[in-house]
Design a protein around this ligand. Structure first.
Ligand code: PAF
Length: 290
């Protein structure tokens, strides 16, 4: 497992692999790796000869643009632990790409070209974190250009992010296949996330309610409830009563994340809520039943 921190170094390695006709997978991360990330690496390995894991805490997606400047500073940086976790898995990645901010944004990220996927970036999480998905789209586009992978792997927990990335890749004609990997959960149902580190033990137990609430809302839809606004309101009330500070619970179409109706076949319920110091997100897909 080689550690590379320059774009030139990555390009040289990638060029050698390409010359051998090898298939390359990229797993973009911001580090602080958990089992969910290791699952992404496993999926990458099944789809390519060579696997690159990038570890880069991207200031552009935390910037004051997105209203949570402080979150960038406190985001856990755990490179040594991450390296150990990656080298301990059955098939470790070939490369960890961990550039400094200066290597990714030589002119400073405020000055550099940025990419906006319209509409879908400004709803749901985008409404609460303005500019966040511009930061995500820009850094993912840069990483795809740097690593030139055949496939790139992302978690489905970040459902909206995955939609933004699929649109970006389609609109800008990146020759890469995007693979989404199902959310990995704790025993109590809590979706694994780097941000769970901000939860106390008691909150970690209580946080299970997030997924339970999604499951209940799904059951209501499957039982024939057509009043989606009512389902959303009930879910928000339930989370608030349990001490969460919900931002939204929304039933949307999976394809474009527009509001769903009972007539839509592919729907997803998305939630974002604060518990203590942690902003948690999760989702559950609800397919229309025959
Ligand atoms: O999901 C993440 O960890 C980040 O948003 C990503 C995709 C690595 C971009 O910085």
């Amino acid at each position: 497992m080689k550690i590379i921190d320059t774009v030139a170094g990555l390009r040289t390695t990638v060029a050698r692999w390409r010359a051998n006709g090898e298939r390359i997978a990229l797993v973009p991360t911001m580090g602080n790796l958990h089992t969910g990330h290791l699952q992404l690496v496993e999926q990458a390995r099944e789809n390519a000869h060579r696997v690159i894991v990038s570890i880069f805490v991207n200031p552009m997606q935390f910037s004051d643009l997105s209203g949570d400047g402080g979150d960038f500073e406190r985001y856990p940086r755990t490179f040594d632990e991450d390296r150990k976790k990656l080298s301990a898995i059955d098939h470790p990645p070939d490369v960890i790409f961990s550039p400094a901010v200066q290597a990714m944004y030589p002119a400073g990220f405020q000055q550099e070209t940025r990419i906006e996927v319209p509409e879908i970036s400004n709803m749901l999480c985008g409404e609460y974190r303005p500019g966040h998905f511009v930061g995500v789209a820009t850094v993912v586009a840069k990483l795809l250009n740097m690593a030139q992978p055949d496939v790139a792997v992302f978690g489905e927990k970040d459902f909206q992010q995955l939609r933004v990335i699929r649109r970006l890749v389609n609109d800008l004609c990146f020759p890469v296949e995007i693979i989404g990997v199902p959310t990995v959960r704790e025993k109590n149902g809590l979706a694994m996330s780097s941000r769970n580190a901000y939860l106390s033990d008691e909150e970690r137990q209580r946080a299970a309610l997030l997924y339970q609430t999604l499951q209940q809302a799904k059951q209501q839809i499957q039982a024939g409830e057509k009043d989606f606004a009512m389902i959303q309101t009930q879910a928000i009330a339930k989370l608030s009563e349990a001490g969460f500070r919900p931002e939204y619970v929304e039933i949307r179409r999976t394809e474009d994340l527009q509001k769903a109706t009972n007539a839509d076949e592919h729907r997803v319920i998305l939630v974002a809520a604060w518990l203590g110091e942690a902003r948690l997100i999760d989702n559950i897909v609800v397919e229309k039943q025959e």
